[in-house]
Design a protein around this ligand. Sequence first.
Ligand code: ADP
Ligand code: MG
Length: 462
Amino acid sequence: MTQDQWGTIRDELHQTMGANSFQSWIEPLKFVDAEAGIARFRVPTNFFGNYVSQTYGDMILAKITRFNPSIRRVTFDADTTSQSAAATPVSKAPQAEISEIAAPAVAVKPASLSDSLPGSPLDKRFTFDTFVVGKPNELAHAAARRVAEGGPVTFNPLFLYGGVGLGKTHLMHAIAWELRTHQPHLNVLNLSAEQFMYRFVQALRDRKMMDFKELFRSVDVLMVDDVQFIAGKDSTQEEFFHTFNALVDQHKQIIISADRAPDEIKDLENRIRSRLQSGLVVDLHPTDYELRLGILQAKSEMYARMYPGLEVERGILEFLAARIVSNVRILEGALTRLFAFASLVGKPISMDLTQECLTDILRVSERKVSIEEIQRKVADHYLIRHSDLVGPKRVRTFARPRQIAMYLCKQLTTRSLPEIGRHFGGRDHTTVMHGVRRIEELRKQDAQIAEDVELLRRSLEA
Ligand code: ADP
Ligand code: MG
């Protein structure tokens, strides 16, 4: 990678992550060099490096591999010695890069197995243990588990698809870990479709197609991540098709992921499409509230161990689960930042701190639910008039739905307590707060209320 390419990547990051985070975390990075599969950056402090690595490492790596697929790792090291290393930016001629790409040669002896196979390194965090199962992903999870048992091949291929950040790569790595542990004799190869193409092109160029074919046909389990990538790339598709058929003929398990269903991938040859559909096709649905909460709980327990003395209350997790409706990666990023921020400023994780630290994320995922909409839904649900919902009467038939509506306004909108109060006949913010707390308690004691709240929240989120 060149400084120019890093410049392009920086611009892209600027567009996608918002000015604040960009200025705090990306701008200070100094690109040093990219050698032996590692892109190195200089950072101001160790803490900074850890934080950037955890929060943005994957994203940065993904962007770098577009320019230079041989890069497998990014490091962020603090400059402990002097400025010398950062002083001379390394700029390489394209020719040099090509030879750099060629450096990690494909293992010539396929028989010498897994470690020498040109796959992606497995992420230690992506195991079945750390995968939180909920309605939206239970089928995909069950299918992955089955394949990971490594028994007789029942469905081939297993085709997992779903939007970005919903756990496809996580599940594939989990399968690979499981097989590695319990079926160490199996030759498992996990790589992205992009790497497949890259290896293929490299083999063509180096006239090593025989080695390439032999290598790919010698695996017992082949996993190809993000297969949509080969759409429109004709010769790669062709080769993929042959590899695929050869393995299926030998009853070797194949696992494929994509960001959409086989019939929605454009520019894919029909024979490949139908091959992909011939096994089990399962999708990962967008997360729902429960799954998000489950994931947040699991991850925050992990962080609480990493940052002794820091913890997040359930209320804040519920708030985040309701408000960050995008993918799991964003959810994780939010939590990572929250812990890092709190430990940096030395404060407990409060609601205020959460909102301050995550403004940009919360703004993006702000839903369009309005106070009026909430009031209408709640009034309809309890068969009362809107005027009674916001009016002064204190009988339970009106007061309870009113508190539920206030609670939902607090959870689902960004309006402040005084603003919410104004929409409820000019009530004081302490009244709203009382209402919100009351429902928080009642949800734990009264199954009917819990169910009503759940139902309303779902229909408002839909
Ligand atoms: P995809 O490949 O579908 O784009 P990933 O597998 O890379 O998504 O997941 C993005 C991040 O979210 C990863 O850090 C992963 O561990 C996490 N993640 C996704 N789904 C879950 C889940 N159900 N439980 C725990 N972590 C999850
Ligand atoms: Mg992925």
